[in-house]
Design a protein around this ligand. Structure first.
Ligand code: UDP
Length: 253
């Protein structure tokens, strides 16, 4: 499964999501590394899909992305409600970790961009301990003035990295990738990773297996960061919206 034409998509609130497994997503990633331009990978959860329904620029960007991975449990539930179940939930953090293994195996390098000062360096240290042969060509924190942005993009490409991980939160990370993808000469794939550098650096704990297996990662994150309550209230609202859309479509046919 290497070409874009073979991607099987399902539409949730009009936003396409690829029906992938971890292994098919990695095959698409390997294909991107062999192309002559930079491919964009987005990892939406229900919050990002909701935002895209209100933000045409983000929606357009997701429609044009080279790989759209279903990161959130809300998307898996929505796909079942729509009668087009996604094969599996592939989290952005797990996918990116596996993609970094591919980078190491192929003798390429990666760049970590985003999160608070010191986090990307710490994540680089931890990742290189866990992935034999991994080379992190450079790191840069995600707090900068707008006028510094172009120089950062140049620094990333000049590092020679083939894979760029952007941790600026959504939609900032997606907009950054979209803006600079055409200018990269070395970067072949870029992914938005949200809070992954915080987790890899050891700053934020990943939910234990029990929470992950039962689709309760959101609950664990809420316990760790109670300020996220407002953002999480979006999940039930999202599922209700999917249900209403499904009813409307059913009445039409
Ligand atoms: N972040 C950043 N620059 C900014 C805003 C956010 O580097 O201007 C970083 C923030 O430090 C965090 C990451 O973006 O490491 C993702 O934040 P969030 O938890 O909102 O992401 P999510 O995983 O929910 O998409």
């Amino acid at each position: 499964m290497n070409s874009a034409a073979e991607r099987e998509k399902i539409y949730i609130l009009g936003i396409p999501v690829d029906r992938v497994t971890m292994s098919s997503a990695l095959e698409i990633f390997k294909g991107m590394l062999r192309k002559d331009h930079c491919g964009i990978i987005v990892t939406p959860n229900s919050e990002i899909v909701q935002n895209a329904t209100r933000n045409e620029e983000l929606a357009e960007l997701i429609r044009g992305a080279d790989l759209v991975i279903p990161d959130g449990i809300g998307l898996v539930k929505a796909s079942k409600m729509l009668g087009q179940p996604l094969t599996e939930r592939v989290t952005g953090i797990d996918f990116s970790f596996e993609a970094l293994k591919v980078i190491a195996e192929e003798g390429r390098s990666a760049f970590l961009f985003g999160s608070k000062p010191g986090i990307a360096e710490k994540a680089a240290e931890k990742l290189t301990e866990q992935i034999p042969g991994l080379v992190i060509a450079g790191t840069r924190n995600g707090y900068f003035k707008p006028e510094e942005e172009e120089a950062i993009a140049e620094e990333i490409d000049a590092s020679g990295a083939s894979f760029l991980l952007v941790a600026l939160g959504s939609p900032k990370q997606e907009l950054f990738m979209e803006k600079y993808k055409g200018r990269f000469k070395n970067v072949r794939a870029a992914v938005g990773v949200g809070g992954s550098l915080d987790v890899w650096s050891g700053t934020l704990d990943r939910a234990p297996k029990f929470y992950r297996d039962h689709g309760l990662e959101w609950l664990y994150r809420l316990i760790q960061q109670p300020s996220r309550i407002g953002r999480m209230a979006e999940i039930p609202r999202f599922l209700i919206k999917v249900l209403i859309t499904r009813r409307k479509n059913a009445n039409r046919t």
